[in-house]
Design a protein. Structure first.
Length: 80
């Protein structure tokens, strides 16, 4: 659990259907915070951070500066 170290996860959904979005969160037991404007690929955050594929990970520091993008597995754990 990285939260005790001051690390927060926020899931930004590219869904367009609220009911299906909520069901997916529950089904996959995704326990972190989630947001969506339900605009799919026209999502404001997705455009702001140039998301062009999913999944897509971005690590921001406390000032909102991007420090890493699209890390997976051990590389992601090491960066966190």
């Amino acid at each position: 659990d990285y939260n005790s170290n001051g690390f927060d996860i926020i899931g930004v959904s590219l869904d367009t259907d609220k009911i299906n979005w909520i069901k997916a969160i529950e089904k996959d037991n995704l326990t972190w915070s989630h947001v969506s404007d339900l605009q799919g690929w026209n999502n404001v955050a997705g455009k702001l951070y140039a998301v062009n594929a999913i999944p897509h990970s971005i690590i921001l520091d406390k000032n909102g500066t991007i420090v890493a993008k699209n890390l997976r597995g051990e590389e992601l754990r090491d960066k966190i």
